[in-house]
Design a binder for this molecule. Sequence first.
Ligand SMILES: Nc1ncnc2c1ncn2[C@@H]1O[C@H](COP(=O)(O)OP(=O)(O)OP(=O)(O)O)[C@@H](O)[C@H]1O
Ligand SMILES: [Mg+2]
Length: 337
Amino acid sequence: MIAVTDLKKVYRQANRDIRALDGVTLSVPADSVHGVIGQSGAGKSTLVRCLALLDRPTSGSVEVNGVELTSVRANDLRRARRRLGLVFQHANLFDSRTVAANVAYPLELAGAERAGREAKVAGLLALVGLGDIGGAYPAQLSGGQRQRVGIARALATDPDVLLCDEPTSALDPSTTGEILELIAALKARLGLAVLVITHEMGVVKRICDSVSLLEHGLVIQSGTIVDVVGDFGSRLSENLIGLPPSATVDPALGATIEVLDTTGPGDVPALAAAGGSLGVDLPILAGTIEHLGGTTFHRLRVLVPRPLDPVEVVARLHSLGARAAVSGPASTAGVAR
Ligand SMILES: Nc1ncnc2c1ncn2[C@@H]1O[C@H](COP(=O)(O)OP(=O)(O)OP(=O)(O)O)[C@@H](O)[C@H]1O
Ligand SMILES: [Mg+2]
């Protein structure tokens, strides 16, 4: 697990302070993927550099499995870094080394015996699906294969945390999918805490269990995918699973509510259960259905026909485990948003 607490990084430039990180707090448990998404200048690269101990934060702490990394003395930095595997946008391989020798590099730095290194490298290459190309050189590989080598190298020191900085930004869409699948599979197999820094919402949708939105060095929204999507009207909710527009509803017909229902295989959607138990049809006016991380998200705008009280329908949906809120027109409702 990695826990970042109140991390700050201030750059001094021409008599002016630039607060690149202004108090970032987040944590990633083992066996999960957390995304940090932000636009250009948000502080993503600064965060990566501070977490990877390539740059000293101004204040705050970074703990990996209970060990505080920010207070490590200079000569212990190399050992501390082994707790974190780093995956970069461009794999940054040594062109003059074979694939196997690239993966072996961190093991050489750690002083591992040659025989042990070779067995370890063979295992790592098999793990990332590159069992037979250990003798090839980086120039002979595709972008996706190079990134697999980079991931194998990041795992060489058995890290607890995998820190991925824009891991797929240089790849085409289908290779992006393969690399994200590989990261998710490795997370589950090795129980890794994975932190993915990205500017692409598609990456968050595909592999993240939780997400933080970084802006001007601050986390302005954070939570599990279910929590942030259920926070209707929030930036991450609208960006992850927005609703298509729908025509304004005549208040004479009723009120509209917004619903987020999550279902696994075999579950009955809460909206159907609510309508059934209330003995009414609850027509869907607009909706988006997405499959994220094994869960199906139904984000719906629903008409609650008069004279039914939308507040009662919202309460019924809550009792069935869905998120819901009255969205308007709030003609019969006491709770408008
Ligand atoms: N070494 C530095 N000296 C001074 N200011 C810096 C330094 N590094 C970053 N900054 C500033 O800190 C802020 C955050 O920069 P950072 O590179 O972390 O953003 P980013 O989210 O990675 O952006 P991008 O998506 O464009 O890579 C910016 O305002 C940037 O100008
Ligand atoms: Mg950057």
